[in-house]
Design a protein around this ligand. Structure first.
Ligand code: AMP
Length: 371
């Protein structure tokens, strides 16, 4: 089955065409809304041209969409119809930057290819197994009932894919342990018997770890303090989502630059790595307890897969759990799932590359075959 995977942003459209493990075409259409690409329909025409050039006389069989927010309703990928599109649209207030773009992408495909099977794959779905004690905030119940204020968790497609990969590497049926997805956005998930039971992102993808430009956990009173100091809602949004995290501490959101600066003696960069790795180590300790003893700790995504020094900074703080990296294995560069801890480590530390497009394409093909 040839699947087109679409990740729609408000002004961009990322796509990949896959047949099983083969990537037949991929690309990014940017600046949607400007003169050359006035809307998502025009962006889709660009994709169509690229795809036709790559596929020749073959065509796409199905489209899989990455949808950030599935709310409380969606716990797995679904075949899209009008009702599903409207349900995704009703979740717009919970993900105002992301879900409207996905809905626009879905409708653009429906207009262009009315008979094309389309599947929505939700970033929140894997975390629908969180027990209530993990997803509740200790705020008045009314806020949950009126606004849906609770923890949802994100990066679920990646965490689920990596949990499967880790289970295969360990020779287990289902994974129990801790997965750290460390990219520009970062989250850590506690997985027990293949199910997510806790995760660091919450109501939005802002909670939890120190990220590229997001603060992660802070005392909410800081916001009240800044409001009283004259900050606007927009100022606070920009502060927490765009100018905090590694960028706020070290001046750049790119871990490669932060690591290089730290290595050449930049104190702010070294501090950023310490703050980020310490925060993550605390979560890992907590989630080791949550899962009842991890079988493994897994690193994934841009930083998790490539930044050996950062992995080392994290694991060096986990001596109390008995974890020990093999620095030779940790320094090796590889695109394969692998173990990077010593034989003496209390449980293995793994690197398992993530591939959200492969996961979305796989889920899309499964749903379409079953329908
Ligand atoms: P992602 O969002 O998964 O693409 O990850 C992006 C992050 O991974 C950025 O902070 C990059 O600096 C970081 N990254 C990618 N490659 C490397 C590398 N070789 N060493 C350190 N960080 C890296």
């Amino acid at each position: 089955m040839i699947t087109l995977v679409i990740n729609s942003g408000s002004s961009s459209l990322k796509y990949q065409v896959r047949e099983g493990d083969d990537v037949l075409a991929e690309g990014l259409v940017e600046r949607i809304g400007e003169a050359e690409v006035p809307d998502h329909a025009a962006a889709l025409d660009c994709v169509d041209r690229d795809v036709a050039a790559a596929l020749g006389d073959r065509g796409i069989d199905a489209v899989g969409h990455r949808v950030v927010h599935g709310g409380e309703r969606f716990s797995e990928p679904v075949l899209i119809d009008n009702e599903i599109t409207r349900a995704i649209e009703r979740l717009n207030p919970l993900a105002p930057l992301h879900n409207p773009a996905a809905v626009t992408g879905i409708r653009a495909i429906t207009d262009k290819w009315p008979d094309m099977p389309q599947v929505a794959v939700f970033d929140t779905a894997f975390h629908r197994t969180l027990p209530e004690r993990a997803w509740r905030y200790a705020v008045p119940d009314e806020l949950y009932r009126k606004y849906g204020i609770r923890r949802y968790g994100f990066h679920g497609t990646s965490h689920a894919y990596v949990a499967q990969g880790a289970a295969e590497l360990l020779g287990e049926k289902a994974f129990t342990g801790v997965i750290a997805h460390l990219g520009n956005g970062a989250s850590v998930t506690a997985v027990r018997a293949g199910e997510s039971i806790d995760t660091s992102m919450g109501f939005t993808p802002l909670e939890g770890l120190v990220m590229g430009t997001r603060s992660g956990d802070i005392d909410p009173s800081i916001l009240l303090f800044l409001l009283r100091e004259g900050y606007s809602e927009q100022d606070l949004d920009t502060l927490l989502n765009r100018t905090s995290g590694l960028k706020g501490l070290a001046g750049t959101n790119d871990m490669r630059s932060v690591a290089e600066a730290a290595a050449s003696g930049d104190d702010r960069a070294a501090l950023a790595i310490e703050v980020a790795s310490y925060r993550l180590a605390k979560y890992i300790g907590g989630y080791h307890v949550a899962v009842g003893g991890a079988q493994a700790l897994v690193f994934t995504a841009g930083i998790g897969e490539n930044a050996g020094d950062f992995r080392s900074a994290v694991v060096s703080k986990l001596g109390a759990l008995g974890l020990e990296l093999d620095e030779g294995l940790n320094a090796e560069r590889s695109k394969k799932a692998r173990t990077i801890s010593t034989a003496a480590s209390a449980f293995p530390v793994l690197v398992v590359p993530t591939d959200e497009e492969a996961a979305i394409a796989g889920a899309t093909a499964d749903v379409v075959r079953r329908s």
